[in-house]
Design a protein around this ligand. Structure first.
Ligand SMILES: [Ca+2]
Length: 382
């Protein structure tokens, strides 16, 4: 009898909590080629959120806000106070607290990696990356240390990149913007407009392509990039994919190979914002540079990227999802092997600049809108 009462109480309680969730979790539905897409509001009122990373064991996620806050979001959508121990960031223009990724061995080492704009001399800034250990109660990062600095610091507020990806061998790749200093993307003695490859503690691997080359930075893995704000490891092939903003036109996806030149500003499908040609440009394709894997002649303003390899929504498998800032949308790219064979836009109805998209361990997509009052949405197929 006692047991039955307890069960009944539990049932009523859980029904009540379900009702409460239904009232607070606003859900919107949009048509798509593969069925209705749902976007459920998880958190509102985020200040220019930039990136998110999922904690293991259904413990929610970490979210960065560009002005300099890192917060924890519980699985139920509860937003924590700012986590302490985060570095001071240079929060001007496009600068601030940017990407967040967990160590591949996070369960043991609790290491959280942050990329951010760091101020230097003459009111200029560059991208930096550091790491700290997340406390068990998720309230602070302990012993934060900077492990990488983009040198020299040339940004007055634009083009910091930056996304971080660990590959299967545990190397850390960081995609860096050219600080809106176009020609520096071709200068091997600078870290502007590059993808760099380092060990998780910041040391430089001996087998990087420019190690030992006079006048070249040993951190560089590839160069000739403009402003990469998306990077992901292809889960089927283990290869590194990045994407970058073109100027006016010419957003690109690139498949990153060791030591290669990706062309900016010599090769571009875009033009200057003034509608004049890019002064250094020699054409859409230039010998000795790698052509983009995919290019948009009109720029959606792409940011954030994830391959979908979840079990929850089978029609999304082998698709690539990319956020769009200018177009305020989520881009779905259908892949056949590496080849992009179809494009669809999914979330124009949200009317938010989509800064990041990630796949959760339980197979949903989570997207962030980069607004004064940005939001986190859980996205699925009905
Ligand atoms: Ca290029």
């Amino acid at each position: 009898m006692m047991k039955k009462t307890t069960l009944a109480t539990l049932l009523v309680t859980s029904l009540l909590s379900l009702t409460a969730n239904a009232q607070t979790d606003e859900q919107q539905t949009f048509k798509s080629e593969l069925g209705p897409v749902t976007a459920t509001t998880v958190v509102e009122g985020l200040e220019h959120p930039w990136a998110l990373a999922f904690l293991p064991n259904q413990k929610g996620m970490l979210v960065t806000e560009r002005p300099g806050h890192l917060r924890w979001v519980s699985p139920e959508g509860k937003l924590s106070a700012p986590i302490t121990g985060v570095p001071q960031v240079w929060a001007k223009g496009q600068g601030g607290l940017l990407d967040v990724v967990l160590s591949p061995d996070f369960t043991n080492d609790r290491m959280v990696y942050l990329s951010f704009a760091e101020g230097g001399k003459d009111n200029k800034a560059g991208t930096a990356v550091g790491r700290g250990r997340l406390s068990d109660d998720l309230s602070k990062l302990n012993d934060f240390e900077v492990i990488f600095r983009q040198e020299p610091k040339l940004s007055t507020g634009n083009h910091f990149g930056s996304r971080m990806v660990f590959d299967r061998d545990g190397y850390l790749f960081i995609a860096l913007g050219e600080n809106n200093q176009r020609s520096t993307s071709q200068d091997l003695d600078k870290l502007q407009g590059t993808v760099v490859r380092i060990y998780p503690d910041g040391r430089i691997p001996d087998d990087n392509p420019f190690v030992g080359q006079k006048g070249a930075r040993p951190e560089i893995w590839s160069y000739g990039h403009r402003n990469p704000q998306g990077a992901a490891l292809n889960p089927w092939a283990g290869t590194l994919w990045t994407h970058e903003h073109g100027p006016k036109g010419g957003d690109e996806i690139n498949l990153i190979e060791r030591g290669k030149n990706y062309g900016w500003p010599l090769a571009t499908h875009g033009i200057d914002y003034s509608s004049r040609p890019i002064p250094e440009a020699k054409g859409k394709t230039v010998e000795g540079t790698v052509a983009p894997h995919q290019v948009w002649e009109k720029s959606p303003g792409i940011s954030g990227m994830t391959f979908y390899d979840g079990e929850r929504f089978k029609p999304w498998q082998h698709n690539l999802f990319i956020g769009a800032l200018a177009d305020k949308d989520l881009i779905r790219l259908q892949l056949d092997g590496d080849k992009v064979v179809h494009e669809e836009r999914l979330l124009g109805g949200l009317n938010g600049r989509i800064r990041d998209v990630r796949q959760s361990p339980d197979g949903y997509l989570y997207v962030l809108t980069d607004e004064d009052k940005g939001a986190l949405y859980r996205v699925g197929l009905q």
